[in-house]
Design a binder for this molecule. Structure first.
Ligand code: NDP
Length: 451
């Protein structure tokens, strides 16, 4: 028998939860289907537990500087098991909260894996039971199933971890090899390094963080090396031999013995088992194609977040979800702006950006950009004279005088760039920054005093 809804949301991650609750707030009858834990990647195995590990790892760096402030420690010990266990407890708390929020908002939660049986119908298979025992139908179906980490297609790939596994460990070994030079690789390299793990990071290209401002990425490289991370570039992974806890990583130019390997080589949409083709939905390059209304080629079927061909960031998925429900159930005509989406890598040092990188700006406005920048040792490191330098950079389009890129590496850069992104969104010019009174002594004041 089919239960009928106005909207079925597949996936209770950040985007799906936001869309479902917003739709229900307008009186829609909403079902949400989740096979794993409510909260999705961000809450359960991504942004939130990652940031908690980042906070934990920072204590290692504070301790390094402590003696310059006259603080002496003895017998300092990293209890990684306790950190991981506390992080999991917090994730459990948030998971329960999200389930309560759904219930309070009147959204009906179905636990199990959803599968298209037609353009308006979904059958649900319980996670622990192969049998499909429920079928739901709806006028509108929103696919918000997110993505999953990629495991490279190499010999011995099953010996390595992907980012999901990092949150499930009881503790980490003394030595870990990280494959990749992107967000997750740099963040986990910094986390592990901060809690005392010996990290070697193997990057197949010549630089970290392809797509970021090159000067910023190079500055991160120096900062991470300065923290003791062994970064190897132009190094391609060929295979892994050995057994769990005792492996040899084989690359084009070396062999590395290690107790743990983390693959951080990108993520892909989680389309497995969805039978999206049964509904006729077009998928390109393994991603669901959507238009400005987040609608697929099949009317009534929509997609948001990491499963689509758009930006893979939590706030983007949330904004897409809310705008989707606002348009469908409240006749609002809001759309997500994909311009000026700020991004941060919670590495050590931390980096954050909004707008065009210098390279992108140069290509878009050749000969028409002016760069302002400041490089300095942050005051917090002045007593110890240790730690990386801050780099702050503004990119201005000469004709309009508008700031088209704002970049920073250094402490609190994500917090600072979040605020700077408001002014870029409002079309701020360099003179607006110059007219703004500095708040002294801060790092952020550099952005309003650059000459
Ligand atoms: P990224 O796309 O950021 O980086 C993938 C890295 O892996 C690149 O350095 C890439 O190299 C490399 N790579 C790809 N394939 C291979 C291979 N076969 N062998 C060796 N190296 C390889 O992916 P992540 O997994 O780090 O993160 C996925 C996405 O999740 C991010 O793009 C981001 O959207 C999101 N995210 C956001 C975070 C945040 O906001 N702070 C944190 C974590 C994730 P190359 O550059 O040469 O292709």
């Amino acid at each position: 028998m089919k239960d009928s809804f106005d909207l079925i949301v597949l996936g209770a991650g950040s985007g799906g939860l936001a869309a479902a609750k917003r739709a229900a707030s307008y009186g829609a009858k909403v079902a949400i289907i989740e096979g794993d834990r409510v909260g999705g990647t961000c809450v359960i195995r991504g942004c939130v537990p990652k940031k908690l590990l980042v906070y934990g790892s920072l204590y290692g760096h504070y301790l390094e500087n402590a003696s310059s402030y006259g603080v002496q420690f003895s017998g300092v010990k990293f209890d990684t098991g306790k950190l991981l266990s506390n992080v999991r407890k917090e994730v459990d708390r948030l998971n329960k909260l999200h389930i309560q929020f759904l219930s309070k908002s009147g959204v009906e939660l179905f636990t199990g894996w959803g599968r298209f049986t037609g353009p308006n119908s979904i059958s649900i298979r319980k996670s622990d039971d192969k049998q499909e025992n429920l079928e739901l139908s709806a006028k509108h179906i929103l696919v918000a199933v997110g993505g999953q980490p990629i495991r490279p297609d190499i010999k011995g790939a099953s010996l390595g971890w992907v980012s999901d596994d990092m949150f499930l460990q009881q503790t980490y070994p003394e030595k870990v090899i990280i494959i990749g030079g992107g967000f997750i690789a740099c963040e986990f390299a910094s986390i592990l390094n901060g809690i005392g793990v010996e990290v070697t990071q193997l990057v197949r290209g010549p630089e970290l963080l392809r797509g970021f401002d090159l000067e910023l990425a190079r500055s991160l490289k120096e900062g991470m090396k300065g923290n003791g991370i062994d970064l190897r570039f132009n190094t391609s992974l060929l295979g892994i031999e050995g057994k769990n806890g005792d492996m040899t990583v084989i690359t084009n130019n070396n062999k590395y013995n290690t107790a743990g390997v983390l693959f951080a080589v990108g993520r892909k949409p989680y389309l497995k088992g969805l039978d999206i083709d049964k509904a006729g939905v077009r998928v390109m390059d393994n991603k669901i194609e959507v238009d400005q209304f987040n609608m697929t080629n099949i009317p009534g079927i929509y997609a948001i977040g990491d499963v689509t061909n758009r930006i893979n960031l939590t706030p983007v998925a949330i904004s897409e979800g809310r705008n989707f429900s606002d348009r469908l159930y409240a006749n609002k005509d809001g759309f997500v702006s994909y311009q000026l989406v700020p991004k941060a890598v919670f590495s050590q040092p931390e980096i954050a950006s909004v707008g065009l990188s210098e390279e992108e700006a140069f290509n878009k406005f050749p000969g028409q950009i002016k760069i302002y920048k400041s490089t300095f040792r942050p005051m917090s490191n002045s007593l110890s004279q240790k730690g990386g330098k801050c780099l702050m950079k503004l990119i201005v389009e000469i004709k309009s005088e508008k700031i088209i890129g704002c970049h920073m590496i250094g402490e609190h850069s994500a917090e600072i760039i979040q605020m700077a992104s408001i002014s870029l969104m409002m079309g701020a010019k360099k003179e607006d920054f110059d007219k703004t009174m500095a708040l002294h002594p801060t790092l952020a004041e550099e952005f309003v005093t650059m000459k």
